[in-house]
Write a protein that binds this ligand. Structure first.
Ligand code: MSP
Length: 507
């Protein structure tokens, strides 16, 4: 049986339409999911929406609709956006789904029955936009440390989760599982800023608003939105029922999350899992933010477009490639439309697109589209062919360590070498003399092999482009296993290939 791989994105708040920042996490998760499928894993890739809480309740009120009506519209658009971006998720969970609701209630009751949740009184500081409670010491200049906005003092009867009980267990777990949180800097931040100073019990119910999942045994309380949200990763598999799906996919292999929610995923979530007696996810990776003009992408600042506009103008793979290539995974990075254009022109158009069209055209012009494998090689061929057939091993290592931008750099390095090989071997000069025919065929063949292997490696990242290249090369086997099965003869047909990418005018 194939090995399994379970990967998740955070479930996004449908409080406003999604922007390029949401696309960023989702595209990266999609590329990893696709790469693992190609590597033979039985992949379960989950995304979804986190629909409860005061913020959504307020937004719906402002718009004069029910919270469910409010989120339904945004989710319709979100699903359309994921389709436009070729996101290959296996499951889309909504926290308003009936089965999720029922399972969250069961989990809450179980934790209450076993004494991990108890009733008390909450006095605290609450940030509505972040749906987070803070202690006095965690505030920065009296404001929410995450978003910088005002916090409200709240006093109410509430249920608490015994987070403090798990302090030592969490520390021990971090110690014995050095890769549980990546990058390392985020792990140190969690340990030093949150765990070591002491964990307080967590308030896990609210009575001041209604838009949430009711506590079954005390209906005026709704379950804290982060408990509702985090448990999505197991309720979607059927938990608390021990379903086949649950047994197969849990524990999760990778939770991809933005840096601002690492705390929830590496402290609260593991503690809940420990309380439930379940295994912990293998890894939580906290990536950086895409920022615009040095600041957050935000609806109130009006600094973003519907990402579908970029897809419409430049093509889906230009957007995917940009998200995957531009920013070292883990760090913050600036997003701008002009950088997207520059990146598309420089890499996709100049390096990849031109290489593919030039090579196929030469194959058609010089050999009527029929190019044979050749046994006769020259020294100059070696630097290219070695890099072609070693590429997969290198990219495997990069994807394994989630250095996604470097994985793409390695593939483009081979494409660059192909372009250099054209300059070095000058096929148009070889073509002038019939005596060089065999040599010319070797040169074109090597280039076609380079393009074939790079297209196979690019499938996970820019799938639509790879598909077009396979059509142009007339190659049917596009599996990872086929990489080292050199093609005996290319039958390119006689049609000039369409350009993969049109050069975009830079203003
Ligand atoms: N609903 C919670 C997550 C619950 S998971 C159990 C939430 N939602 S969110 O919509 O505010 O943000 C979710 C995620 O969107 C972030 O963690 C991050 O992965 C992604 N991003 C949102 N804005 C982003 C950028 N500007 N840049 C990169 N990623 C961003 O938090």
């Amino acid at each position: 049986m194939n090995k399994k791989y379970y990967i998740t994105t955070p479930i996004y708040y449908p409080s406003a339409e999604f922007h390029i920042g949401h696309c960023y996490t989702t595209i990266i998760a999609d590329a990893i999911a696709r790469y693992k499928r190609l590597s033979g894993y039985d992949v379960y890739f989950q995304t979804g929406t986190d629909e409860h809480g005061l913020k959504i309740e307020n937004k719906a009120k402002e718009s004069g609709v029910t919270p469910k009506e409010y989120v339904d519209k945004i989710i319709l658009n979100a699903k359309d956006l994921w389709k436009s971006l070729n996101i290959s998720y296996d499951y889309f969970i909504r926290t308003t789904d009936e089965d999720h609701t029922k399972r969250v209630q069961e989990i809450f009751k179980k934790l209450y029955d076993q004494g991990d949740i108890y009733k008390g009184e909450y006095k605290g500081l609450y940030c509505v936009p972040c749906e987070s409670f803070w202690t006095e010491t965690q505030l920065v200049d009296g404001k929410c440390p995450d978003c910088g906005r005002d916090v409200n003092l709240v006093t109410e009867e509430a249920y608490f989760f015994k987070l403090s009980k798990y302090q030592q267990k969490l520390e021990d777990y971090f110690e014995s599982h050095p890769h549980f949180i990546e990058p390392e800097s985020r792990k140190n931040e969690m340990l030093n800023n949150f765990i070591k100073p002491g964990l307080e019990d967590l308030c896990v119910s609210r009575t001041s608003f209604k838009w949430g999942i009711p506590v079954t045994f005390d209906e005026k309380h709704v379950i804290y939105v982060w408990i509702d949200a985090l448990t999505n990763y197991i309720t979607s598999l059927g938990y608390p029922e021990e379903t086949e799906k649950f047994k197969k996919y849990w524990p999760c292999d990778l939770h991809l999350v933005g840096k601002e929610i690492v705390r929830f995923h590496t402290i609260i979530w593991p503690a809940i899992l420990m309380a439930l007696g379940l295994e912990l996810p293998k890894q939580v990776f906290g990536h950086g933010w895409l920022i615009i003009d040095g600041g957050k992408i935000s609806k109130s600042l009006g600094n973003y477009k519907d990402p579908r506009e970029y897809i419409h103008s430049y093509g889906v793979d230009a957007v995917r490639y940009y998200a995957l290539r531009e920013v070292p995974f883990g760090s913050d990075g600036n997003f701008s439309e002009s950088a997207l254009i520059t990146r598309t022109n420089a890499d996709l158009c100049n390096i990849l697109g031109n290489l593919v069209s030039r090579t196929i055209q030469m194959g058609i012009k010089y050999f009527e589209g029929v190019v044979h494998k050749s046994e006769k090689t020259e020294d100059i061929d070696a630097y290219l062919t070695e890099s072609i057939y070693n590429l997969k091993t290198t990219v495997d290592g990069k994807v394994e360590s989630l250095k996604i931008n470097e994985a793409l750099e390695c593939i483009f390095d081979v494409l660059r070498k192909c372009n250099k090989y054209i300059d070095d071997t000058t096929p148009w000069v070889l073509a002038k003399d019939e005596e060089n025919k065999e040599r010319l065929e070797t040169v074109i063949y090597n280039l076609l092999e380079g393009i074939r292997v790079c297209a196979i490696m690019l499938q996970a990242f820019i799938p639509e482009t790879s598909e077009k290249i396979f059509k142009g090369l007339n190659v049917l086997d596009t599996s990872f296993d086929s990489i080292n099965k050199m093609v005996e003869v290319y039958n390119l047909g006689s049609e000039k290939p369409a350009n993969l990418f049109e050069r975009i005018k830079e203003d």
